[in-house]
Design a protein around this ligand. Structure first.
Ligand SMILES: Cc1cc2nc3c(=O)[nH]c(=O)nc-3n(C[C@H](O)[C@H](O)[C@H](O)COP(=O)(O)O)c2cc1C
Ligand SMILES: [Mn+2]
Length: 490
C-alpha cells in the first residue's frame, strides 16, 4: 500500500487519469494559486506545473499540488476502497493512530543527491508561488513538514507550519508556543540556544496528513501506521534531525530566540477562508543547507477554505482531527463516545455519546479542551445523543432546536483559553502570537443531549421527552404495507 515517495504517488495518480500536467507556461505570481483554487473547488485533478515563468532553467522547475484534492484520492492513499464513508475513514484513522509503526534509519538516500550550503543557498531558486493576491510574500512552507527535536528527550516532532521567503537565506514563520515546535523552541530558548529545524518538501502525503493534525504520538510513527510501512529516515547534514530519505527537498536551518533576528511575516490566506496574521516581525529560519533530489519537484498547497471554496486539505483534515479527538476522549476515560465529527473548519466539533450520567457532555468538553487537540479546534463543541447523526446537519439542527435550553445550563462558556491566532472574530491584538504565544478563545459547549434534570413524566410514558410525534404506529405500518398498492401507490 505504501507509496515510496512523492514520485510514486504522482505515478499512481497519473495511471488513474487523476494527474494533469500543466505544460503551458504559468506565472508563480498568483496564476498557479488561482488555477489551483479553481481546480480544487471543482474536485479536479492533481496538478503538476511543468513550465513556470522565470524557472525554465532553474535547478527546480516543477511544482506539484492538489494531490489529496478528492476523498477518493485520500482513500487510495490510505489503501481504502474509494467508496469508504467518512464515518468509516474516521474509524480507520483512529485505529491506525493507535498503532504506531516505528521509523527505520538509513545511511544514504536520494534526498542527498544535491547538497547546497553557505553562500550558494538561494531560496528564490525554487518556483515558490505567491498563492493568493494579498499574501505577504511567497509562501514556501505550506504543505511542508517541519521537523524539530526536543533537546531533553530527543523526541522528534513534525508539524505543518506556514513560512514565507523573507530573503534568499531566510524564511519567516508563524511560531506558536502551544504547537509541537513551539514547545521545543521554549526549551532551546531557556538554554540560550538556537533551535535546529528541517523543512521537508515533497514526500508520501501521509506525512503531510499527520504533520497537520494534532496527533498525540510521534508523527513519523503515525505516518508509518497510516501508510502501512516504516518511514525510512536519514540524518540531516547540519543537525541530528532525521528526514525521509526519499524526500524531494529538505531545507535545514536554525531559529534564533533573539527578537533582533525577526523578519516580517504575513498575512496569508488562512484556513478560516480569510487572510490571517498581520505583516509583523516574527521568528525566522536561517537556512544553513539545502539538500534535494535531482530535478526536484517542489510541493505546496492552498490553505484557506470558505463556503464553496476548498483546498486539498479539506478532504482529510475533518477525518484526521475527528479520529484524534476521539482518541483523546478515550485516553481521558470518557465512556460511550459513539462518534466525533469536525466539518470543514476545526472550530466546530460534534460529538455523539450514549449519555450515561448527568455531566457526561461537560466531561467531553473538559477532556477535549484540556488537551493539545484543542489548540486550533473545538471553539464550539456540540454534544448530542445517540439518535442524532453527527454527519447530518438537519439532525443537528433538530437537536439544537429542542434539546438545548440555555436557562437549564445547556450552554456553557469557558473563557480565557488558548485558541486560534487566525480567527478573525477575536480582536487582532488579543491574538498576537509573539506576545501571548497563541490566540484567545471563549469556548462554548452546547449540550444538545436530553437534560437529565427534566423529570420523567407519566404523560410521556415515564420518559423525559414526549414520544416522537412523527412516528407511525406498528399496527398502521402493517396495514400500510398490506394495502399500499390498493391505495394506488407504487
Ligand atoms: C497548510 C497548513 C499550514 C499551517 N500553518 C500553521 C502555522 O503557521 N502555525 C501553526 O501553529 N499551525 C499551522 N498549521 C496547523 C498545524 O499544522 C496543526 O496544528 C498541527 O497539529 C501542528 O502539529 P503539532 O501538533 O505537532 O504542533 C497549519 C496547517 C496546515 C494544513
Ligand atoms: Mn506533534
Amino acid at each position: 500500500m505504501a507509496h515510496e515517495d512523492l514520485r510514486e504517488w504522482i505515478g499512481v495518480l497519473e495511471n488513474k487519469g487523476e494527474l494533469k500536467r500543466v505544460k503551458a507556461e504559468v506565472d508563480w505570481d498568483e496564476e498557479i494559486g488561482a488555477i489551483t483554487r479553481e481546480i480544487s473547488s471543482y474536485n479536479g485533478p492533481a496538478l503538476l506545473f511543468e513550465r513556470i515563468k522565470d524557472y525554465r532553467d532553474s535547478p527546480c522547475r516543477r511544482l506539484f499540488t492538489n494531490g489529496t484534492g478528492t476523498k477518493e484520492r485520500v482513500c487510495r492513499l490510505l489503501g481504502l476502497s474509494e467508496e469508504t464513508s467518512y464515518r468509516d475513514i474516521v474509524r480507520t484513522l483512529k485505529e491506525r493512530f493507535s498503532n504506531p509503526v516505528k521509523p527505520t534509519k538509513v545511511q544514504h538516500g536520494p534526498v542527498k543527491e544535491n547538497v547546497i550550503s553557505g553562500d550558494k543557498i538561494d531560496l528564490y531558486q525554487f518556483p515558490v508561488p505567491k498563492w493568493n493576491p494579498f499574501d505577504g510574500g511567497r509562501y514556501i512552507m505550506t504543505s511542508a513538514s517541519v521537523v524539530t527535536m526536543d533537546p531533553e528527550t530527543q523526541l522528534i516532532n513534525v508539524g505543518t507550519y506556514r513560512g514565507m521567503i523573507s530573503t534568499k537565506r531566510t524564511i519567516s514563520v508563524l511560531l506558536a508556543a502551544t504547537q509541537g515546535w513551539g514547545k521545543h523552541f521554549a526549551k532551546y530558548k531557556n538554554r540560550g540556544e538556537e533551535m535546529p529545524v528541517a523543512v521537508v518538501l515533497g514526500w508520501d502525503p501521509t506525512l503531510f496528513m499527520v504533520a497537520s493534525t494534532p496527533v498525540n504520538y510521534p508523527e513519523y510513527e503515525m505516518a508509518g501506521s497510516l501508510r502501512g510501512s516504516p518511514v525510512e529516515l536519514v540524518r540531516c547534514e547540519t543537525s541530528d534531525l532525521l528526514v525521509p530519505a526519499t524526500a524531494e527537498i529538505v531545507i535545514e536551518g536554525r531559529i534564533s530566540p533573539d527578537p533582533k533576528t525577526f523578519e516580517l511575516e504575513g498575512p496569508y490566506s488562512e484556513y478560516p477562508g480569510y487572510y490571517g496574521g498581520q505583516k509583523t516581525p516574527k521568528h525566522r529560519i536561517w537556512v544553513e543547507c539545502i539538500t534535494h533530489r535531482n530535478d526536484p519537484i517542489l510541493t505546496g498547497c492552498l490553505t484557506g477554505s470558505s463556503p464553496g471554496r476548498t483546498n486539498e486539505g479539506t478532504t482529510w483534515t475533518p477525518a484526521t482531527f475527528s479520529a484524534v479527538a476521539w482518541q483523546y476522549l478515550d485516553q481521558a476515560g470518557v465512556p460511550n463516545v459513539l462518534g466525533v465529527w469536525r466539518g470543514k473548519w476545526p472550530e466546530v466539533i460534534r460529538v455523539q455519546i450514549r449519555k450515561s450520567y448527568r455531566g457526561h457532555a461537560q466531561q467531553v468538553a473538559q477532556a477535549l479542551w484540556g488537551s493539545s487537540f484543542a489548540n486550533y479546534a473545538a471553539k464550539h463543541l456540540i454534544v448530542v445523543d445517540e439518535d442524532i447523526d453527527i454527519f447530518d446537519w438537519e439532525a443537528l439542527e433538530w437537536a439544537l432546536a429542542y434539546r438545548v435550553n440555555a436557562a437549564m445550563g445547556d450552554i456553557s462558556f469557558f473563557p480565557g483559553t488558548v485558541g486560534s491566532m487566525l480567527d478573525p472574530s477575536v480582536p487582532i491584538e488579543e491574538r498576537n502570537s509573539v506576545k501571548y504565544g497563541h490566540g484567545k478563545w471563549t469556548r462554548v459547549l452546547i449540550d444538545a443531549t436530553i437534560n437529565w434534570e427534566l423529570e420523567p413524566q407519566e404523560q410521556y410514558g415515564g420518559e423525559r421527552y414526549p414520544p416522537l410525534g412523527t412516528a407511525i404506529s406498528p399496527k398502521m405500518e402493517e396495514t400500510l404495507k398490506k394495502r399500499w398498492r390498493e391505495y394506488g401507490f407504487e
